[in-house]
Design a protein around this ligand. Structure first.
Ligand code: IFM
Length: 452
């Protein structure tokens, strides 16, 4: 069996380093009847939005199978589970609480705590209630205040049983894919829309953070951002400048306001009517201190300058790709982490997502996904290298616990370390899941550099 190995003296082989697995509500829960509609329900019902024409109505039937699923997580020996709350499952349109929905998450958190696992809760992993989208969604500043209210209610219900709250998962995807390119729900387009949505998401983060901290002062509070290392296609000044713009537009746009209280310089490249309206005090709300930063990483992106000098993506020519067509670039992961460490005064970091979709086959009850195990091996070693270079990384979550609804690609891509047969809902731990569990279980108590 392919293994995941780390250097003998690695901090990541001590129990001071946290390992977990991650999921999100819409991608696994199913039970659409138990909640209000969200923007992904609407998006999935429109023609040509989802590659395989599917939706989240059933998904992994996690609402029905949650007890077995949590037992499965526990059987991997991990320290933590990262889940997200479905806003339309816990809140009614009139602002009252959906008691059954909230009870589901209270039970889930209690079960995890009783099994000695740390709970990482993300409040928003893209499933905006449709009734809020009907009022403009993230283009409406009021949505940020609705989010604050929702965050308060969840924090009051789950309290400090939650080890770490994250306000948002990957606001880049919500804003850019959802409101700028339209390939994600709600399918809106335009630079002005994308930037406006991003600003309101960041505002929502800041407003909620303040409330979360008040209600649960002993939990950790942060945000989860995704990054793709930006590489220039050539050494030409034009390509290098375009790549810098791309990095600022896609990566730093979300981090710099939080850590430095300002948008990156690329904002000056936008026409006035494409820039977000920043009200007085917004940047102070957005830039409150966070206790940790969640980083999601999958691959790098190569850019070149287009005819106008703006950036465009150069598709990979490499053949070392995942089933998503994403290049496998662990060195770029270390580079990203070290670069962020040098640019900013970072809080402690958790790698909140990392993993790969591969063309899995279930044969004789087994999935021998050596390719995914190799991906975890190289990327965990990339995290080790970043730690050695001084980056304060406290933990790592594999994406994902189990195969699930991969957004605009439906169920055609499998990211799980557990295989899901969608006909029977049978779960089978893949070879990569066993390798991950073995790594997790091989750790020692305490950490003495150089000695394992
Ligand atoms: O499945 C997604 C997840 O919801 C957010 N981060 C990236 C994953 C893989 O595309």
């Amino acid at each position: 069996m392919q293994k995941i190995n780390l250097p003998d003296n690695s901090f990541m082989l001590s129990k001071d380093f946290l390992y977990g697995v991650a999921t999100s509500s819409f991608q696994i829960e199913g039970d659409r009847k138990g909640r209000l509609d969200c923007i992904w329900d609407t998006f999935c019902s429109q023609p040509h939005t989802i590659e395989d024409g599917t939706n989240g109505d059933i998904a992994c039937e996690h609402i029905a199978n949650w007890k077995q699923d949590i037992a499965l997580v526990d059987s991997l020996g991990v320290d933590a589970y990262r889940l997200s709350i479905s806003w339309p499952r816990v809140m009614n349109a009139d602002g009252s609480v959906n008691g059954i929905g909230m009870r589901f998450y209270i039970n889930l958190v209690d079960e995890l705590v009783s099994r000695n696992m740390k709970v990482f809760v993300t409040l928003y992993h893209w499933d905006l209630p449709q009734y809020l989208e009907d009022e403009g969604g993230w283009l409406n500043r009021k949505t940020a205040y609705a989010f604050e209210k929702y965050a308060r209610i969840v924090a009051q219900a789950l309290g400090e049983k939650v080890h770490a709250y994250a306000t948002l998962n990957e606001p880049f995807c919500s804003a850019y894919l959802g409101y700028e390119t339209g390939i994600h729900a709600p399918g809106k387009t335009g630079v002005a829309n994308g930037r406006k949505a991003a600003h309101h998401l960041l505002l929502a983060h800041g407003l909620a953070l303040k409330s979360l901290r008040e209600i649960c002062p002993n939990s950790l509070h942060g945000i989860v951002l995704n990054f793709s290392t930006c590489h220039a296609a050539s050494n030409s000044d034009a390509d290098k400048t375009a790549t810098k713009w791309a990095d600022e537009y896609h990566n730093q746009w979300y981090l710099k306001p939080i850590l430095d209280g300002q948008y990156p310089a690329v904002i000056e490249q936008l026409a006035q009517d494409e820039r977000p309206v920043v009200a007085e005090g917004d940047m102070e709300i957005i830039s409150q201190p966070i206790d940790y930063l969640g980083i999601n990483y999958y691959t790098r992106t190569v850019y070149r300058a287009d005819a106008s000098g703006w950036f465009e993506v150069v598709p990979p020519t490499d053949t070392n790709l995942t089933a998503m067509g994403w290049e496998i670039t662990p060195d770029a992961f270390t580079e990203l982490l070290v670069d962020l460490h040098h640019r900013y005064t970072l809080p402690p970091i958790y790698i909140t997502e990392n993993g790969a979709a591969m063309d899995d086959e279930l044969i004789d009850g087994e999935v021998l996904d050596n390719d995914r195990t190799a991906y975890f091996h190289s990327h965990l070693n990339a995290v080790h290298d970043a730690i050695e270079k001084g980056v304060d990384i406290k933990g790592y979550f594999a994406w994902s616990l189990m195969d699930n609804f991969e957004w605009a690609l439906g169920y055609s891509k499998r990211f799980g370390i557990v295989y899901v047969d969608y006909e029977t809902q049978k779960r089978t731990i893949k070879q990569s899941g066993n390798a991950y569990a073995e790594l997790v279980k091989s750790r020692i108590n305490g950490y003495i550099s150089g000695i394992k």
